[in-house]
Design a protein around this ligand. Structure first.
Ligand SMILES: Nc1ncnc2c1ncn2[C@@H]1O[C@H](COP(=O)(O)OP(=O)(O)O)[C@@H](O)[C@H]1O
Ligand SMILES: [Mg+2]
Length: 272
């Protein structure tokens, strides 16, 4: 039995984000950022993308905040009489929820240099390549810096697989080698992170984690998807196949991106 948390109230609209996330309180006394279905999200794929990405990142030991599926009732929606919220036409039902953390999302080189987990940066970059998540490098706000523990956390995985609205035929078409890459060159936030990918084996840690992934892990990433999200089983299966394919070919990604990473010393990729 899965323990679904219950949202008791919506508190406010976050003032950033194309999917119009809201800050909400749950019955466990915690604050969450909720990704709801609303006028700005023509599909629940955004929630699905968040859920599978967060599960994968967690399994790989990457810095993400606690997440869950939270049930949003009509009463909780009505509890907020802010016009900005009612104009969204939020739908009730299960939502992707990530624990709120007080932090700075307008990340800059100074914050990154003072962060306590710079070692996670190669892993974050490879994860984003594997999941084709361009959003962290072109848009501000998809890394959050927690002032207390000085850690950088990954947020926002709504737009993986290029734009988040993938279809089965695109997934099949995009299962090619050498693997597709996200554009890194010239991206502002990538240029901030690039210098922290250095030495002979910057990707060693994340590659060891990837090598340990079993078939069963991939199964678990894609189970218990709320039926209310209406993602057809054949799409869930195709997405699983695609993600497995990307992970099986991570070396092909590293061999291509090394040219964008001047700090990565050494000859051929010796990560495996
Ligand atoms: N867990 C969180 N804790 C604190 N603020 C958050 C959190 N998640 C998102 N935010 C804030 O909300 C903004 C929008 O959220 P995001 O997940 O990036 O949504 P979108 O997919 O619409 O871009 C972020 O830039 C950040 O300012
Ligand atoms: Mg965002």
């Amino acid at each position: 039995m899965i323990n679904i948390i219950e949202i008791v109230s919506i508190n406010k609209l976050m003032n950033a984000g194309v999917t119009k996330p809201v800050l909400a309180s749950a019955n466990n006394k915690k604050l969450y950022i909720l990704k709801t279905f609303n006028n700005y999200t023509e599909t629940y794929k955004f929630a699905f993308n968040e859920l599978i990405s967060s599960r994968i990142a967690k399994k790989l030991g990457l810095p993400i905040l606690n997440f869950d599926i939270a049930n949003l009732s009509n009463e909780a929606i009505k509890s907020c009489n802010d016009e900005k919220i009612s104009d969204l036409n939020i739908c009730s039902g299960p939502c992707f929820a990530v624990e709120y953390t007080k932090g700075i999302t307008n990340i800059n080189p100074l914050l990154i240099s003072s962060s306590s987990n710079k070692d996670d940066i190669p892993g974050i970059l490879l994860f984003d390549e594997l999941m084709l998540n361009e959003d962290r490098y072109s848009n501000p706000g998809n890394l959050i810096y927690n002032k207390k523990n000085k850690k950088i956390y990954m947020i926002d995985h709504t737009h993986i697989i290029r734009n988040g609205l993938w279809t089965n035929s695109e997934l099949i078409q995009d299962s090619i080698t050498p693997p597709l890459l996200i554009e890194l060159e010239g991206q502002k936030y990538f240029s901030y992170l690039n210098q922290y990918i250095h030495g002979n084996s910057p990707f060693d840690g994340i590659c060891q984690k990837i090598n340990k992934l079993k078939d069963n892990d991939f199964e678990n990433f894609f189970i218990n998807i709320p039926s209310e999200w209406s993602i057809p089983q054949n799409e869930i299966d195709q997405c699983k196949k695609f993600v497995k394919f990307r992970f099986a070919n991570y070396n092909g990604i590293l061999n291509q991106i090394r040219y964008e990473l001047p700090g990565w010393k050494g000859g051929e990729n010796n990560e495996t």
